[in-house]
Design a protein around this ligand. Structure first.
Ligand SMILES: NC(=O)c1ccc[n+]([C@@H]2O[C@H](COP(=O)([O-])OP(=O)(O)OC[C@H]3O[C@@H](n4cnc5c(N)ncnc54)[C@H](OP(=O)(O)O)[C@@H]3O)[C@@H](O)[C@H]2O)c1
Length: 349
């Protein structure tokens, strides 16, 4: 596959013309494709299969890829990006995101961590670099849901700003075009907006029909921060540590299933279509070609009706799937404390 010299990149006959895929405009004026491919293997899919999906996805029209150092596959995805660019796709037509992992927040670690992602992805710059979680609390790759970092601490705004200032440096150094946040809450974002020299262009957040986060979503839009939606399909293959008996299943929701049957698509496609139409940028993961093709094809087909959109708005169940419990500190009441449920940052030092 990727490494074979004989491979030549080509646009698939059944693919979608990238020029047709909708885009969103950031506060800087830059444009980002309104759908991206997720690349987290959920501890189930190999890096090789994900790198192959990146290549296949580019062939069917994807130009936006959501990467992260902690996914452990950037070096393989870099091979695919090389093949895509050797095949004639210009760097400026790609949108590549990466993320700083929790154990690299110390100011002296940020620039080297970003440079490592750049080396692995074989790029000169990133379009977007995010702070993956607003905590320095460690999380071993593949950790069980019950694992805790004994040194875990609650949110510290001073520490977050130390890290953010290094992201600002990355912009000034030309290594990163935009910087952003992930897994944030409104009170944390308010402090960042108050203190940042370069404001976040995007906030990556969990968004799917059963978890619509209307307050945070609207806060982002009002502040010209583009919401990027992760787990857009409700992450049916997420790691076991991220499953609890209370979790609901978006793709089994009768409203989603009924629309899917009418449109003759998989319920996953309805979730993606709804996300694009609502205004967030979904980043569905898929290694199956039929799946990632269907997900991008739905961005250029007949929109959902107003009635469909209203019906989906009503099935929000406030069901957070990625609770983040492995990042909890001693003395925290439960995973809810990571998310500032009362609108006040919990235990901020
Ligand atoms: N910032 C963060 O903290 C954070 C957290 C979680 C995730 N993310 C990002 O968000 C991305 C997406 O989230 P996710 O991977 O957890 O979940 P997801 O995108 O909601 O769900 C992915 C699953 O849905 C299946 N699927 C995709 N398209 C389908 C279709 N058209 N028909 C049927 N099944 C379909 C895929 O199956 P196949 O693989 O079989 O195709 C895959 O197992 C991640 O890969 C990652 O890049 C970021």
């Amino acid at each position: 596959m990727v490494q074979e010299r004989s491979y030549t990149f080509k646009i698939a006959e059944d693919g979608i013309d990238p020029e047709m895929v909708p885009e969103r405009t950031l506060y800087t004026g830059a444009q980002i494709p309104a759908i991206g491919l997720g690349t987290f293997g959920s501890d189930r899919f190999s890096g090789e299969s994900i790198a192959a999906a990146v290549l296949g996805a580019a062939e069917v029209g994807y130009r936006h890829f959501d990467c992260a150092a902690v996914y452990g596959n950037e070096h393989l995805i870099g091979e695919s990006l090389q093949a895509i660019m050797r095949g004639g796709v210009r760097r400026e037509d790609l949108w590549i995101t990466s993320k700083l992992w929790n154990d690299k927040h110390a100011p002296e670690d940020v620039i080297p961590a970003c440079k490592q992602s750049l080396r692995d992805l074989k790029l000169d710059y990133l379009d977007l670099y995010l702070i993956h979680w607003p905590f320095r609390n460690y999380h071993r790759p593949g950790a069980a849901g019950t694992e805790r970092d004994p040194n875990a601490k609650p949110y510290s705004h001073d520490e977050y700003m130390e890290t953010w200032q290094q992201l600002e440096r990355l912009v000034e150094l030309g290594l990163v075009r935009h910087i952003g946040t992930s897994n944030m809450t409104i009170p944390k974002l308010k402090l960042l907006l108050r203190d940042a020299r370069i404001k976040p262009a995007c906030n990556e957040m969990e968004l799917h029909p059963h978890f619509q986060q209307p307050e945070l979503f609207n806060f982002c839009l009002e502040n010209d921060i583009l919401p990027i939606g992760f787990c857009p399909i409700g992450s049916p293959n997420r790691p076991d540590r991220d499953r609890t008996p209370e979790d609901t299943v978006d793709i089994e929701d009768p409203v989603i299933v009924e629309i899917a049957e009418r449109l003759n698509v998989h319920p996953a496609v309805v979730c993606v279509k709804w996300a694009v139409q609502r205004g967030q940028v979904p980043i569905p993961f898929a290694v199956d070609r039929e799946h990632y093709l269907a997900n991008i094809a739905c961005t250029v087909s007949e929109p959902l009706t107003d009635e469909d959109m209203e019906a989906i708005a009503k099935i929000d169940k406030n069901c957070r799937l990625i609770k983040g419990q492995v990042f909890l500190w001693e003395g925290a009441r439960g995973w809810e404390d990571l998310w500032d449920p009362d609108g006040v940052i919990v235990d901020m030092r």
